[in-house]
Ligand binder design. Sequence first.
Ligand code: MZP
Length: 498
Amino acid sequence: AFYYTEPSRTFSEFLLLPNLTTKDCTPANVTLRTPITKFKKGEEAAISLNIPFSSAVMQSVSDDGMAVALARCGGISFIFGSQTTANQAAMVRKVKGYKAGFVVSRSNLTPDNTLKDVLALKEQTGHSTVAVTDDGTANGRLLGIVTSRDYRMSRDAMDKKVSDFMTPFSKLIYGNSGITLSEANDLIWEHKLNCLPIVDADQNLEYLVFRKDYEAHKEYPYELLDGNKSYLVGAGINTKDYKERVPALVEAGVDVLVIDSSDGYSEWQSETVQYVKANFDVKIGAGNVVDREGFLYLVEAGADFIKVGIGGGSICITREQKGIGRGQASALIEVAAARDEYFEKTGVYVPICSDGGIVHDYHITLALAMGADFVMMGRYFARFDESPTRKLKVGSNFVKEFWGEGSNRARNWQRYDTGGKSGLLFEEGVDSYVPYAGSLRENLDKTIGKIKSTLCNCGAKSIEELQRTARITLVSATSLVEGGAHDVILKESSLSED
Ligand code: MZP
């Protein structure tokens, strides 16, 4: 056997050292835009994200609802593959068909429609935008748009939001007002509306983006600024039924695929990548790997990005069951070095995704500093309203369900298949709860705020700069204790904070 002399390390064993922060290095000047598919030196990646976040290929994390919510924030979901091809393709189609800020045609409603009718129509069509006019008729002047930020917003919450907005207006309608850009500008001026008009190709107003939203969304062009552009969406595939699954996903409009496997260093993965590359014009990531050899093998097969990590997932018991895996930081550091070496040699940059094991927000920044281009998370996203699982009350706390793909509940045997007969012989994941944490947007804003602030401490204004200039130190077990609150008696309020 070959013995590694260094122990396998994970994120909590490292810290970042600050670099000089120049005056222009402020969170507002930090960009987290990142490539997720391979590109040649001097060229742009075909697919980039505005935030380096992807949600895990898991039943309990990534359905179409999560995909819309995360795409709106500038990240991407990989819709779970442990379901029938038809169901998965339908989810992809739903995400691609979902147009941001779509306004229902006024022919659907008459001036006599009530708020109830409007909400019923909204429910029927699945659209999340309500238009407000000054006199409540289809011919009335458009005063604004209420956009449900939350794809899964309840009827009650939507009602409340609409009524808040309506004050002091008496009635509202859906409707493309049919007014032109110059009329819209007059309206905006007249009513002192702080918003941006979005027009169609004929310069007719499609909808208004309020400045408040615009500020919050300016990093997220997929949602608001690109016109008819649809949301980015990914999907997980396996090495068993890809000849049937991939055509259906491509037909549904998927932007990028990923082979979902606990161990990607296999001939099956190589064959799958080659088949997809030879037959379709779609991007495909492969993995998971934890070393240089695995990385190079899948890159040679043609993969567009590589996913790193075995056994570090919060619900994963692969290391206990089979004794394979590697500390996430060690895996990432080695694969990132291989990626940089490959770039140096060939001029082709292959992005890497750090998958699993993110426990604290700062782990994301460390992963990026260690060379990841983006991260994939399960537990993180499972806690939010937008994840597809049930919210329950356990004791006095709210929780959300969260189960691994290798658990008996998911029975995703294809993910763990090593060529034998179908079926899950033993579990590699658990069925669990995670603390309920509220809405995706609120939590993401906080996490992104922390990451940007840390980049400023490190004197970096982009992920690429952070990767190049970060200084990272190992911490001793004793200094880990020093890192938390210590030698004080905590008050209740601070004890309950995250
Ligand atoms: P985490 O963000 O919850 O720590 O980890 C999520 C990752 O764990 C997934 O993206 C996937 O790679 C991995 N995973 C999913 N199911 C299992 C399992 O049942 C698993 N063992 O390890």
